[in-house]
Design a protein around this ligand. Structure first.
Ligand code: CTP
Length: 211
């Protein structure tokens, strides 16, 4: 099958030398790409800036901003059987990027932010994607409630949620623990394990959804 996977953070420029971003390392998305490849699938990996190397054999589409990621997904999703949105996309970008480096002239500086497009939220409508759709959710509270709401709102078949208020898992860690929420109401916990192991489990379940 053909997998499209988004991974890593996005980087939203403020001026030529500064940007807004987040703590995503890309490890989970890259582990998913690895696991899908190992199962013999084709993988397109649309990735924000990360410091890890893409697994050999994937088609890497490097991007920086959320809008670039949106465009890359819009161009590639039609050929995919499965789309997994693991990227930590910045919800907002700076309204007006300064052409020159901003100088520290005043005591305070106000940046106006505007909403970025919701890439996962565009899959079913704007991109008309009919394949298996998998989302991720990083939550700090009311995990199940928020995860179920996201699953339905974004038209996912499966949503993997993790609790980012915990310091032992998620951002930049090698381990993760996720709760899986399925469209049909099933719910399943994947206990603490390496991101590689979690990725294998997720790919196996995704394959099960296709059969
Ligand atoms: N996502 C995306 N494009 C965005 C924002 C998020 O594709 N602009 C995807 C992420 O890759 C992830 C899922 O959406 O799979 C969850 O992201 P999140 O930001 O938690 O979802 P929101 O609905 O924006 O939730 P919140 O209200 O918590 O910001």
């Amino acid at each position: 099958m053909r997998f499209l996977i988004t991974a890593g953070p996005t980087r939203e420029p403020i001026d030529p030398v500064r940007y807004l971003s987040n703590r995503s390392s890309g490890k989970m998305g890259y582990a998913l790409a690895d696991a899908a490849l190992a199962r013999g699938h084709e993988v397109i990996l649309v990735s924000g800036p990360v410091s890890i190397r893409a697994p050999e054999g994937v088609t890497l589409v490097p991007v920086e901003t959320a809008r670039e990621m949106y465009d890359a997904v819009a161009e590639t999703i039609a050929g995919a059987d499965v789309a997994i949105f693991c990227a930590a996309v910045a919800d907002y970008r700076v309204a007006e990027v300064a052409d020159e480096k901003i100088k520290k002239t005043d005591e305070s500086l106000t940046l106006t932010l505007v909403r970025n497009p919701d890439i996962l939220g565009s899959a079913r409508n704007a991109f008309d994607f009919r394949g298996i759709l998998v989302g991720f959710a990083a939550e700090t509270e009311k995990l199940a409630e928020h995860a179920l709401d996201k699953l339905r709102r974004k038209g996912c078949d499966l949503l993997a949620a993790n609790d980012v208020s915990r310091t032992d898992i998620a951002f930049d860690r090698d381990e993760n623990e996720v709760e899986l929420f399925y469209k049909d109401g099933r719910r399943e916990g994947l206990p603490l394990a390496s991101k590689g192991q979690i990725a294998k489990e997720i790919i196996r379940r995704v394959e099960g959804l296709v059969e």
